[in-house]
Design a protein. Structure first.
Length: 118
């Protein structure tokens, strides 16, 4: 299910003095989302799931993939997934990156990496 509200609408809804149901109608944010953020003030107001990699780890993986063409390798999705799996293993992650993770990664870094179409 896609998110149909803006980040600012969520911030405003959580900060409002209205009850969650009224704020939900006013700001078009689900009442349960408003209640969750009010119950847990330390919860970051952001969209989507948490990422496997933090920004430094993801930047490192991007820089590795950017180097490949300099050494004569085409950056394909299969190669990126293989390198990501090895990188996850080196970070001692118990999960492995899958096709959904890879598709999101490609979208985030379509301008940063020269991708070879398969």
């Amino acid at each position: 299910m896609s998110k149909k509200y803006t980040h600012q609408a969520l911030v405003d809804a959580v900060a409002s003095d209205m009850d969650s149901k009224a704020a939900s109608i006013e700001f078009k944010v689900p009442a349960s989302t408003i209640r969750q953020h009010r119950r847990e003030p330390t919860l970051k107001i952001r969209a989507g799931r948490s990422s496997y990699l933090n920004s430094n780890e993801e930047s490192h993986l991007v820089s590795l993939l950017q180097l490949l063409p300099e050494y004569g390798f085409d950056v394909t999705k299969n190669l990126a997934l293989q390198l990501a799996a090895e990188y996850f293993e080196s970070l001692e992650f118990t999960t492995q990156p899958g096709s959904k993770w890879l598709n999101s990664f490609v979208k985030r870094h379509s301008d940063d990496i020269i991708w070879k179409k398969q």
